[in-house]
Design a protein around this ligand. Structure first.
Ligand code: FRU
Length: 499
C-alpha cells in the first residue's frame, strides 16, 4: 500500500471533500442518521479514472469535517454499483432490522450488469446496514426493480409522509424521462407516473431528485423541486443540472407553467456542478433542504491535472426558493457550518474604482483558500468585480457585466487550462442589480471557485488549476466608474489539518 496522501498537494481542495486517492464521481446516498451526516460517492477503488464503480463512504458530524470510511458497497463479478440514494428505514418496513423499532439504513442503487457481448442492463437494488453505516449487506433478492429499457438508473428515494410510503424518482436516461414509483417496503415497487422530456433534452438525463424546498421568506411553506441532470448541452457546456418547480400529489409531478417553457432553469451556471442530490432525513425542527454536487464536468472529468485522486464535491449548500416575476427561483447558500473555518477577518470599506484594476497588498488580503463577500455598485462601469488566485500571468475573474446584465466567471487565464481547450472560457448567468447593487459571495479553494451572486440567486461553480504562488486578490472596474461598497474576507482553515 502506498503511503497515505498528504492532503497538501498543490490542487488538493482544503475545505471541499475529496477521497484520499483514486477516481470519484457523483455523490450517492446522502443521509443523516443519529448525529452523523453520511456521504457516499461513486468511486473506482483501482484507478484515477472511471471504472469498477463502487460506493465509497465518508461521515461528518457537521457537514464540514469528513472522515474517510472506505468502500461500503463494492463492485462484484459482472455488477458495478452505480448512483443512488440512502434512507433511514424508521419503521423497519423492509424488515432488514432485527426487530420492530430498529432503524436500518438502506441504500437504493443501480446495479449495472455487464451482459455477454457489449450489452448492459441497469436495474435498481438494495443494500442495508444495521450498525449505523459501518458495514453493508447486499439484499439477496436484488434487483428489486427492472425495466425493459437498459438505460434505467440513479434511483432517488424518500419517505412520502402524506401517503405513508416510499417514493422513487429514477431516470430512463436515453428517453429523457423521469419515472416515479411507490413502495410500502422498499422491495416491491409500483409505477406511478412519468415526467419528461422537458427543459434541456439535448443530453441524456441522469441523477434525478425530487425534494421539498422551503420558501426563502417563509420556511414553513415548501414547494416541490425536481432536479434533473443532463449529460451534455448544459448552460456552460458539457454536463449540468436543471430543475423544475411544481407540485407532487404522491403520484405525479406537475411543473408550474413558468417552469415548462423551453428555456431550462439551471441550478448552477458554471461548468462544474453535476449529479447533486439532497440529504435525506435531515433533522427537524430546521429540516433544511441540503445538497451537494460533483464538482467536475464529463467533458474533461478524466483529464483534470490532479493525482493521486481525481474530482471533488462542492460545499454542501442550503436550498430555498425566491419569488420572481417569472416564477420561483432556486436559491443556494454555502451551509452556515462552513463559517467555523473562518480565520483572519479582513474588512475593506467603501472605495471608488475608476476604470482600473487594484491589486490588494498581499499582507492585507491574499490566499489560496478564501471566503469573500463583496457588495458592489456598478454605476456607469461596463464591468466590476474581483480577481482571485492572481499571480504571474494568472487570474480568475469574477464580476458583474453591465453590458449583458450578468454575473460571470472567466477562467481563461486561471492557470493550467491546456488539458482541455474548452475550459479557457467565460461563463455567465443573467443577473440584475437590486437597488443599484450586486453582491458576490465567493469561495476560493486550491482548485475551485464557487460564486453565489445576489444572495444565492445565481451560482457558478468552476474548477481551476493555478500555480501555488497565485494567491493574490484584486478589485477592478472596467469602462467607467464603480464603487466597492464593502468587502468582508476570511481565510478558510483546512479541514485536513494543514497549516
Ligand atoms: C452520472 C452517472 C450516473 C451513473 C454514474 C456511474 O454522472 O453517469 O448516471 O449512475 O454516473 O458512475
Amino acid at each position: 500500500m502506498d503511503a497515505p496522501p498528504s492532503f497538501d498537494e498543490p490542487f488538493r481542495p482544503q475545505f471541499h471533500y475529496t477521497p484520499p486517492r483514486h477516481w470519484m464521481n457523483d455523490p450517492n446516498g446522502l443521509v443523516y442518521h443519529e448525529g452523523t451526516y453520511h456521504l457516499f460517492h461513486q468511486y473506482n477503488p483501482a484507478a484515477n479514472t472511471w471504472g469498477h464503480m463502487s460506493w465509497y463512504h465518508a461521515t461528518s458530524p457537521d457537514l464540514v469535517h469528513w472522515t474517510h470510511r472506505g468502500v461500503a458497497i463494492p463492485e462484484e463479478g459482472n455488477e458495478m454499483i452505480f448512483s443512488g440514494s440512502a434512507v433511514v428505514d424508521h419503521g423497519n418496513t423492509a424488515g432488514f432490522g432485527s426487530q420492530r423499532g430498529d432503524s436500518p439504513m438502506v441504500a437504493v442503487y443501480t446495479s449495472n450488469y455487464r451482459l455477454p457481448g457489449d450489452a448492459i442492463n441497469q436495474a435498481q437494488s438494495l443494500a442495508y446496514s444495521t450498525d449505523g453505516g459501518a458495514t453493508w449487506t447486499k439484499y439477496a433478492g436484488n434487483p428489486v426493480l427492472d425495466h425493459p429499457d437498459a438505460e434505467f438508473r440513479d434511483p432517488n428515494v424518500f419517505w412520502y409522509a402524506p401517503g405513508q410510503k416510499w417514493v422513487m424518482a429514477v431516470a430512463l436516461s436515453e428517453q429523457r424521462i423521469i419515472q416515479f414509483y411507490e413502495s410500502p417496503d422498499l422491495k416491491t415497487w409500483t409505477h406511478l407516473s412519468d415526467f419528461g422530456p422537458a427543459g434541456s433534452t439535448e443530453g441524456i438525463w441522469e441523477c434525478p431528485a425530487l425534494l421539498r424546498v422551503p420558501m426563502e421568506d417563509d420556511a414553513g411553506c415548501r414547494r416541490w423541486v425536481l432536479s434533473v441532470d443532463v449529460g451534455s448541452g448544459a448552460v456552460a457546456g458539457g454536463s449540468g443540472s436543471q430543475y423544475f418547480v411544481g407540485t407532487f400529489d404522491g403520484i405525479a409531478f406537475a411543473p408550474d407553467a413558468s417552469h415548462l417553457d423551453d428555456a431550462p432553469h439551471w441550478a448552477d451556471y458554471g461548468p462544474d456542478f453535476y449529479a447533486a442530490i439532497p440529504w435525506n432525513n435531515v433533522p427537524d425542527p430546521d429540516g433544511r433542504a441540503l445538497w451537494l454536487g460533483w464538482m467536475n464536468n464529463w467533458t474533461y472529468a478524466e483529464d483534470i491535472p490532479t493525482a493521486p485522486w481525481r474530482s471533488a464535491q462542492t460545499v454542501p449548500r442550503t436550498l430555498s426558493l425566491r419569488h420572481r416575476n417569472d416564477g420561483l427561483q432556486l436559491v443556494q447558500h454555502p451551509v452556515a457550518e462552513l463559517e467555523r473555518l473562518r480565520t483572519n477577518p479582513v474588512r475593506l470599506g467603501e472605495r471608488t474604482l475608476n476604470d482600473e484594476t487594484v491589486s490588494l497588498p498581499k499582507d492585507s488580503l491574499s490566499g489560496r483558500t478564501l471566503e469573500l463577500r463583496a457588495t458592489l455598485a456598478p454605476e456607469n462601469a461596463e464591468a466590476v468585480g474581483l480577481h482571485v488566485r492572481t499571480g504571474k500571468n494568472e487570474r480568475t475573474v469574477v464580476g458583474y457585466d453591465a453590458t449583458s446584465d450578468s454575473v460571470f466567471v472567466d477562467r481563461a487565464r486561471s492557470g493550467a487550462v491546456g488539458f482541455q481547450p474548452d475550459i479557457a472560457a467565460r461563463n455567465t448567468a443573467p443577473l440584475s442589480p437590486t437597488d443599484g447593487r450586486v453582491t458576490l459571495h465567493v469561495l476560493v479553494d486550491r482548485s475551485s471557485v464557487e460564486v453565489f451572486a445576489n444572495g444565492g440567486a445565481r451560482v457558478l461553480t468552476h474548477r481551476l488549476f493555478p500555480g501555488s504562488a497565485s494567491d493574490g486578490v484584486a478589485l477592478f472596474a472596467q469602462g467607467g466608474t464603480a464603487t466597492l461598497l464593502s468587502l468582508d474576507a476570511w481565510t478558510l482553515r483546512s479541514i485536513w489539518g494543514n497549516p
